[in-house]
Design a binder for this molecule. Structure first.
Ligand code: ZN
Ligand code: ZN
Length: 315
């Protein structure tokens, strides 16, 4: 009886939160641990870090969860353990055997080092269908190399005493270009090119569902294509670096960041044009500043809702 009352309470809290496109304040206990059977769309941040190996921020990854189904974006280091952590907080869609759909923005290592983990660990934990992986040209080759590297592991798990299933480690690779790249009953996913320095193929993604539109920037310097595809979205999850700390970087690194990434000041300008209901900062290049200072930098010239993402935030 008590269990049902608790479930009903969680459900009503989750439903009442659905229409408010406002996520948790940083550091405060997460408000939405709704059962995955609750209809509607959520964004779950799985990794808000960068190549800088910060213990509290896993590598780049998030999940768009729609009607109990998870669509993963990027697979930085730590992704599988983050999905387990989110699952334990009530996001059932992130149960290991359900991790079947992945969308990769670009092939930088901080977005793909968790790819082998996502191929093999959920398989070991019971996934019995191939992973469907969507990403830029080159993903097929990367996948082939990973499978080759682990061929002894695959053989021993299937032929040995584990008697692992023979499907769950496989990957169906879908190399993408700009436009509609995926569609099912829950979601339409549109890829758009972004400007990430010398990467020939780097994308952002727009997820359209029955109740929300979520846009994920991927890694990018400010670009028109993102503004065009993000206009009026409910949640814009965007990468960012601290403009204040950027000034202390060497000229060489300044040149790199200017060409590959987006500063707080530039992001405020992007957000003024996009006007998302909620802007969530991720892929945080803090360089010693705090999340609060980062948000304050954006707010200097943007008056919309802004949250600095933390791992396992739900929006
Ligand atoms: Zn990158
Ligand atoms: Zn990155």
């Amino acid at each position: 009886m008590l269990r049902w009352m608790l479930a009903a309470l969680l459900l009503s809290v989750a439903l009442s939160c659905r229409t408010a496109a406002v996520g948790p304040v940083n550091g405060v206990a997460k408000m939405d641990t709704s059962p995955s059977s609750v209809p509607g769309t959520r964004v779950v941040l799985l990794g808000t870090g960068t190549p800088n190996a910060e213990p509290d921020r896993s590598g780049s990854a998030l999940a768009v969860v729609v009607n109990g189904k998870a669509y993963l974006v990027d697979c930085g280091p730590g992704i599988v353990r983050s999905t387990v952590a989110a699952y334990r907080r009530g996001i059932e869609a992130l149960g290991s055997e359900k991790l079947t759909h992945l969308f990769i923005t670009h092939l930088h290592s901080d977005h793909t080092l968790g790819y082998p983990d996502l191929i093999f660990t959920p398989w070991v934990l019971g996934r019995d269908v191939p992973l469907e992986a969507y990403g830029p040209p080159g993903l097929g080759e990367m996948t082939d190399h990973i499978l080759k590297a682990y061929e002894q592991d695959i053989r021993i798990r299937i032929d040995g005493l584990e008697q692992a299933n023979s499907e769950g480690y496989k990957v169906n690779v879908h190399e993408i270009g700009p436009g509609l790249i995926y569609k099912d009953d829950n979601v339409r996913v549109i890829a758009f090119p972004v400007k990430h320095g010398s990467w020939e193929h780097a994308y952002g993604f727009r997820f359209e569902t029955a109740d929300r539109t979520i846009v994920v920037s991927g890694d990018t310097a400010p670009c028109e294509s993102l503004i065009e595809h993000a206009k009026g979205c409910d949640v814009l999850v965007h990468e960012v670096y601290s403009q204040a700390r950027f000034k202390e970087r060497s000229p060489k690194w300044q040149e790199y960041h200017r060409s590959f990434h987006t500063s707080t000041v530039e992001l405020a300008d992007v957000a003024r044009q996009v006007r998302p209901r909620l802007l969530v900062l991720t892929h945080l290049l803090l360089w010693g500043s705090s999340p609060e200072e980062l948000v304050a930098e954006v707010r200097q010239s943007y008056d919309g809702e802004v949250r600095c993402g933390s791992d396992l935030d739900v929006y």
